[in-house]
Structures are given as C-alpha cells and as structure tokens.
Write a protein that binds this ligand. Sequence first.
Ligand SMILES: Cc1cc2nc3c(=O)[nH]c(=O)nc-3n(C[C@H](O)[C@H](O)[C@H](O)COP(=O)(O)OP(=O)(O)OC[C@H]3O[C@@H](n4cnc5c(N)ncnc54)[C@H](O)[C@@H]3O)c2cc1C
Length: 380
Amino acid sequence: MSGTDAFLTRLRAFAQGSVAAAAPRWSLGDAPDPALYREAADIGLLGTTVPATHGGQAHDFATLVAACQTLAAVDFGFAMSLVNTHNVGLRLCLSAGDALRDRYLPQILKGEISACTALTEPGAGTDFAAITTQAVETETGWRLNGGKRWIINGRHAGAAMVFAQCKSMGDASGIAGFFVDLSLPGARRFAIESGFSQSSMGTGGFELTDVEVGAECLLLPPGTAFKAILTEINAARTYVAAMCDAMLGAAIDEAAAYGAQRMSFGQTLDQHPSWRQPLGAAQADLAASTALTAQAVARITEGADAQLTAAQAKITAVETAQRHLPALLHAMGAAGLEPERCFTRHLAAAQIAGLTDGATSILRDRVARLTQARNVKDRR
Ligand SMILES: Cc1cc2nc3c(=O)[nH]c(=O)nc-3n(C[C@H](O)[C@H](O)[C@H](O)COP(=O)(O)OP(=O)(O)OC[C@H]3O[C@@H](n4cnc5c(N)ncnc54)[C@H](O)[C@@H]3O)c2cc1C
C-alpha cells in the first residue's frame, strides 16, 4: 500500500469511527472533543500538504481534497475546521521566517492549537477590499485594531492569519496578511451560535485592541496579500466543491440503504418507481458535478490557472447539493430528521458552502466575466 493509500485508509477509519460517533451531538450544538483534533493530527491530516522537511506529510493537493471529502461525507464543519488549521500551517512554511515557523508549526501539526484565516468583518464580507481592521507600523513591528467575524475556528483558534489595511481604507493594495497569536493581550475571541450547526466548524470571531505583533509576523506584505488570496482561494473553492459532492454522495447512499429496507404498502420503498426518482436525479447531477470538480483538482495539482474551473466547479457542486439534499431528506420521511442521519447536517452545510470562499452570486459574475474575456481573446 502506498503512503497516500495508507493515509487515506486511516483517515476513513477515523471519519467513519470517532467522527461519525460524535457528529450527531455536534448537530445539536455540542463542541468537538479536543482529543479528536489530536487524533486527526496523529494521522497526519494537519500536515497533509506541508513539506516533509517541516514535519508534514508532503501529499499533493488531490490527496488533500480526498481527505476533505472523506471527512465531509460525515461532517462538513469538522472537515472545514481541520483544513483551515492545515492551511495556516502551510502558510507558515511558505512565508514565515524560521523562528516564527518553528514556534507555531509544531503546535498546529500536533493538533495542540487550531488556526484560522480571517478576512470577513462586521462591515465587509463580499467586498473584501473594504475591510477596516487596521495595522500601523511601530518601532518593533505592527499594532492591530479591528474585528473579524464569521470565521471558521474563530471561537477557539490559537493563531490567525489576519488581513488588515496598512494604508488608506478601500485600497486593496494596502491590505497585508499578519500571523497573530490570539492569546496576546488585546485579543478577545467569541463564538457565533446559530441553528445551522456551527459548533464543529468552530464558527466565531475576535476583536483586536492594540494588539502588538513583531515585524516577523507580517507574512504577506501590502501589494502581495490581495493577489495571494485571489490565487489560493481557487484551491479552497475546489475542495469545498469536492466536499459538497461528498455530502450529496453520502446522502444518496444513506437514502438508498434506507429505501432498501423500509416497508410501505407491502414493498420496500425502493420498489416504488416514483420513490426512486429523486435518487436517480441526484445521482445524474452528482456525476456531472464530480467530473467538473475533478477538472479543477487536476488544474490546481498541475499548477495551471484554475480561476474559471474552480469557480464553475464550486457553483455547480454547491447548487447540485442544495437542489437535491431537500428531496433526499423528503424521501427519508420523518427519519431523515434524526440527528444520527446526515441529511439535516449536510443540508445546513450546503447552504454555508454557498457563502464561504466566494458566495455563489459573486462566482457566477466571475464566471461570466472570465468567459467573456476568454471569448474576446479567442476572437482576436
Ligand atoms: C459558517 C461560515 C463560515 C465562514 N468562515 C469564514 C472564514 O473562515 N474566514 C473568512 O474570512 N470568512 C468566512 N466566512 C464569511 C464568508 O466569506 C462571507 O459570509 C461571504 O464572503 C459573504 O459575505 P457576507 O456574509 O458579509 O455577505 P454580504 O457581502 O453582505 O452579501 C450579502 C449577499 O449579497 C450578495 N452580494 C454581495 N455583493 C454582491 C454583488 N456585488 N452582486 C451580487 N450579489 C452580491 C452576496 O453574495 C450575499 O449573498 C464564513 C461565513 C460563514 C457563513
């Protein structure tokens, strides 16, 4: 068995064992046991694409996507929580100096702290360039003031990549990315609760009041941060697409298994042709979505421009999941509402997936503009 196969096999056992056992309670508001983060760390998940020289697993992007899918088939929120911590570890490898990296990366890889990437603010979501968290240069580094909310892991993150304005408000070129230890004086985290199962995603935010960080914490200087986000978000859109495919696939499988044993009018449900219709419709659309997601994964893995394909894949996968999950829930009858089943969890998650890493309406606009630009270029 290859290293990748062994990694994914261990992860599948973790997802179908410990994660599946705990997820129904998360749907009802319980927070994941910190021991689960350490279990994920032992498997190597938090260092999936981190170079081996820095203690990671050095797997490729396709393996990260497969890992996200395996977890999301059970609980999207927990998968998002882990991959967001992973991403900050990778950022430390790519952009931090040795001292900063060596201080925090081991804690991330061991699951001792979670981490988050914080762009969104109370007054700026889609319009990211409008963020008002401010970074002012000091003699020893930077002083940060501002607030972030609707952040995955925001309620418990030990560290954050914080995007802040260093120049004048509204100027995208003035935005920079800072690594911030959220246990520093002046940092205050909070949870955001909602009926939409936020606990496994750790959704929350934080306020920064005169938080002082050293010069070495500026990982993405002004002029580079905005561009880095626009490039890296293609990977996030792709793994979110893959996770939506996985959630829909899991729901189809669970509905099919239920329909094979639940009796109605003297037959199992799946003997009734009209009962099978929503499963067939979901399966057909899932096959199309999966093919598009695979194209996006391939483009990112080979380092090609994935802007258009990743946006198309995310729109398609999110909307396919959003369209079919309610019909599958209906096909389950009242049993579909039981927290032990995946339907309500995945339904809420598919709605959330439509907002994270680029809201669907904005992505549609992006696809239209990119396609138009490509057509104009082709005509020349
Ligand atoms: C559970 C959850 C987890 C999240 N995790 C993170 C995280 O880890 N890090 C982070 O930085 N952010 C995170 N977000 C925030 C997410 O990125 C934002 O919700 C998203 O960018 C949309 O911003 P908004 O909610 O402020 O909506 P708004 O920007 O207020 O927009 C409201 C609606 O209007 C639409 N809209 C806005 N402008 C336009 C336009 N020009 N044309 C057409 N439609 C438009 C939007 O698509 C949206 O549907 C998370 C959100 C959720 C719900």
